[in-house]
Ligand binder design. Structure first.
Ligand code: TXA
Ligand code: MG
Length: 318
């Protein structure tokens, strides 16, 4: 079995694998990552191969401390510094100009690099022990549901991985929020674990991509996070929506008894709890092998923006 409790010994072995150009799956507070030495092109290419990810979709580089971060980027504008001080370690990724340490394959040829410091002790210990910035996308096959447990990783990528560090279920459950900083301000490239409302308290109004056309998040495919079943989003699920060919994903406890093939993201309608449960619930519903998953809309405020983004992409067929 390649799933390991994150003991000092396991972390030291994982760090050896990373240093010698191999891959390790590890927990973060958002989702599990598939990590490699961000500065080693031969190691990074293995991430793309293992996930079957297109080479034009750049990776996020994870650092354990500011000195390491400074080796990865060539400039930290004051607005970015302020965000780092407020939200790191945590689920916020910032796109900055890259340094020469980071090869082009990591950034898909861009001269910027997406960086974050994860708020997870195992992730930080692994990066520290490796002594290297670690490039890591979510540890799932490209386009499929992101993993929030070691078991999810093993189910999708198990046989191709030497080591999966098991840190238990992820505490945030959706990927990091990605922003870029330019003289025009702060642009939201992907909604995620830090609500935009919290970011704009520091940066002023957060721009949406398109309002500044230079900035793009290359990997933001319309179809992503997809279960095998067809996923349909409805404003409200009613008792008429149940049927033997379908599974239901409720946001909160419904007014009628939920049918057997259903999941409730948060009984009380708490968006944080819903985000934590989102991917695990989708994995479970997908394993029921129904043709259709009907998912209920959640409010588009706070973490709801990230949840709706994932549901919309999961509803688009590749
Ligand atoms: O929470 C997370 O961010 C997780 C954990 C493992 O840290 N990682 C993650 O990585 O979600 P991934 O590969 O699913 O998302 C990377 C996305 C790319 O698809 C792209 O949209 C954006 O980050 N990105 C990366 N580098 C970029 C760059 N230089 N400019 C703009 N967007 C970039
Ligand atoms: Mg991903």
């Amino acid at each position: 079995m390649n799933i390991f409790e994150p003991s000092a010994r396991a972390i030291s072995r994982a760090a050896d694998i990373i240093r010698s150009g191999g891959l390790v799956a590890f927990p973060t507070e958002t989702v599990y990552g598939l990590g490699a030495d961000a500065s080693n092109p031969e190691a990074v290419i293995k991430i793309f191969e293992t996930k079957r990810r297109p080479l034009f979709d750049p990776l996020i580089v994870h650092a354990s401390d500011m000195a390491m971060l400074e080796s990865v980027v060539s400039d930290i504008p004051p607005a970015a510094k302020a965000l780092m001080e407020s939200f790191w370690p945590g689920p916020l990724t910032i796109v900055l100009p890259k340094s020469s340490l980071i090869p082009e394959i990591t950034t898909s040829g861009l001269d910027t690099v997406a960086v974050r410091m994860p708020a997870h002790e195992t992730a930080l210990e692994l990066i520290r022990a490796a002594g290297l910035p670690i490039a890591a996308p979510s540890a799932n096959l490209f386009g499929r549901i992101s993993p929030t447990t070691a078991r999810h990783v093993a189910d999708q990528l198990g046989p191709s991985l030497e080591m999966i560090l098991d840190g238990g279920p992820c505490s945030v459950g959706v990927e990091s929020t990605i922003v870029s900083i330019s003289p025009d301000g702060c642009t939201l490239l992907r909604p995620g674990g830090i609500p935009v409302e919290e970011i704009s308290a520091f940066t002023g109004p957060v721009l949406l991509p398109g309002s500044s056309d230079k900035i793009q998040a290359p990997g933001s495919m319309p179809s992503h996070y997809a279960p095998r079943a067809e996923l349909i989003i409805k404003e409200k699920i009613t008792s008429e929506d149940s049927g033997s060919d379908r599974a239901l994903l409720f946001f909160r406890e419904p007014a009628f008894p939920p049918p057997p093939l259903s999941e409730i993201l948060s009984v009380s309608g708490d968006l944080r709890e819903a985000a934590i449960n989102l991917f695990a619930a989708l994995h479970r519903l997908d394993r029921l092998n129904r043709n259709i998953i009907i998912a209920e809309e959640v409010p588009s405020s706070g973490l709801g923006l990230a949840i709706m983004d994932r549901l919309r992409r999961a509803s688009v067929k590749p």
